[in-house]
Ligand binder design. Structure first.
Ligand SMILES: *Cc1c(COP(=O)(O)O)cnc(C)c1O
Ligand SMILES: [Zn+2]
Length: 412
């Protein structure tokens, strides 16, 4: 890879050649891909991007893949960035955009990491990829691998919502539903990967995955014509997404595509916020219980805490925790004001933003992008519980007239 110099441990600084099978450093630290920004500057221009396909692979020069590695088959990336003027006005900010990453092929931002995993597994000559996941890493890996003709072994905790499990089974994955929490699921996947030597798509362990996830911020920048907002809100579980988002922004800054770095808003659930607790108390992170209905961010032992904490601190970011009720209220608010349906973890960034607006920390002078990281159809059970019941009536116009009158609904 002409654009990549090496992989470097974020803990001890040791460097490694960027081979496709890289995992953690010998010291246990997480590796970070180091780019040759001079080379990239000479080979990538804003003009060149204009004629490229609308997928994450349009940013090849900024991605750790060989020039000869093909684009993965599914259309991952280039999700819409909506101007959310009504919601922005309601929250009281100067300008708000919603990046709907639930529009990816398997309906979450995780497709960006899984497409990268498939590309790297192909470079490694692997036939089988494995991962453990709270759900979306699993379904995105199963889908992207199926499209590329690779097989998968997937470990999910037993509480994974049905929508995600249905995706896995439909994509033909070998699915192991582990009787335990995410931590135990992760441990079993690790043992199995060690035993059979499968390609490892576990987030944080595989340093290429957050490079895939960073394409969300590359896109946001390009969609905003390289004029960056003041804040970027994102929900946080393992911490790979927020670390990736920050990496993408720093890449663009390094090659001179943007001249401002937004502050990150790290949104976690009140019932599980080990990363935000470390920020708030300015201490190393410690495990926490996984007590939230936002299953994709119910991560008590975050696998990428080091990189995530660095990203939040470096960006002078803000950590905000929201209750499950606040998450579900944000889901409805996004639905009613933007027509965007996010899963609970998907809307947690927006819930955090709303809270910061109410607290007066963010306000009328601020511009914000909030990323919706997963689609609401993945978890309809919680949505139905919180969004209310429809009017239930017989086929009788008089009854309808009466009901509409009773509710005081406007009919014109
Ligand atoms: C995985 C996931 C997140 C959090 O990403 P991390 O890398 O685990 O921090 C947020 N939202 C959704 C929908 C996810 O699937
Ligand atoms: Zn190290």
């Amino acid at each position: 890879m002409k654009n990549v110099l090496c992989a470097k441990c974020v803990k001890c600084g040791k460097t490694y050649a960027a081979t496709p099978n890289l995992t953690n450093c010998a010291c246990g630290g997480i590796l970070d891909i180091v780019y040759d920004y001079e080379y990239i500057k000479q080979n990538l221009t804003k003009e060149k991007l204009k004629s490229r396909p609308h997928t994450m692979w349009r940013y090849r020069e900024l991605l750790p893949v060989e020039e000869s590695t093909p684009d993965t088959p599914l259309r991952v990336g280039w999700s819409p960035l909506y101007e959310a003027d009504r919601l922005g006005e309601l929250l009281g900010v100067k300008k708000l955009w919603i990046k709907d990453d639930g529009q990816n092929p398997t309906a979450s931002l995780k497709d960006r990491a899984s497409a990268m995993a498939v590309a790297k597994a192909q470079e490694a000559g692997a036939k089988i990829i494995a991962c453990s996941s709270t759900g979306n890493a699993a379904s995105s890996l199963a889908g992207n691998a199926a499209a590329a003709g690779l097989r998968t072994f997937i470990f999910v905790p037993e509480r994974a919502p049905k929508g995600k499990v249905a995706q896995l089974m439909t994509f033909g994955a070998n699915v192991i539903s582990v009787q335990g929490n995410y931590e135990e699921t992760f441990e079993l996947s690790k043992k199995a990967i060690d035993k059979w030597g499968w390609y490892n798509r576990n987030a944080a362990i595989n340093p290429y995955l957050s490079e895939g996830k960073k394409t969300v911020s590359l896109e946001i920048a390009e969609q905003l014509d390289w004029k960056m907002p003041d804040y970027l809100a994102i929900s946080v579980g393992d911490g790979c997404t927020i670390a990736g988002v920050w990496k993408g922004l720093k890449d663009l800054y390094a090659i001179g595509f943007i001249d401002k770095l937004p502050r990150l808003i790290s949104a976690q659930a009140e019932g599980c916020h080990p990363i935000n607790r470390a920020i708030a108390e300015n201490k190393p992170w410690a495990p926490m219980e996984e007590n939230t209905l936002a299953d994709s961010i119910a991560v008590g032992v975050p696998r990428n805490a080091d990189k995530a904490l660095m990203a939040i601190r470096e960006s002078n970011g803000i950590a905000v925790n929201v209750t499950d009720e606040e998450i579900m209220a944000a889901q409805k608010l996004l639905g009613t004001t933007c027509g965007v349906f996010g899963e609970p973890a998907g809307v947690t960034g927006t819930a955090g933003l709303k809270k910061l607006c109410e607290q007066g920390i963010i306000g009328k002078d601020d511009t914000v992008v909030s990323v919706v990281t997963g689609n609401g159809l993945k978890d309809v059970a919680n949505a139905i519980k919180f969004c209310g019941e429809p009017m239930k009536l017989p086929n009788d116009l008089d009854a309808l007239v009466a009901e509409i009158g009773k509710r005081g609904l406007k009919t014109e």
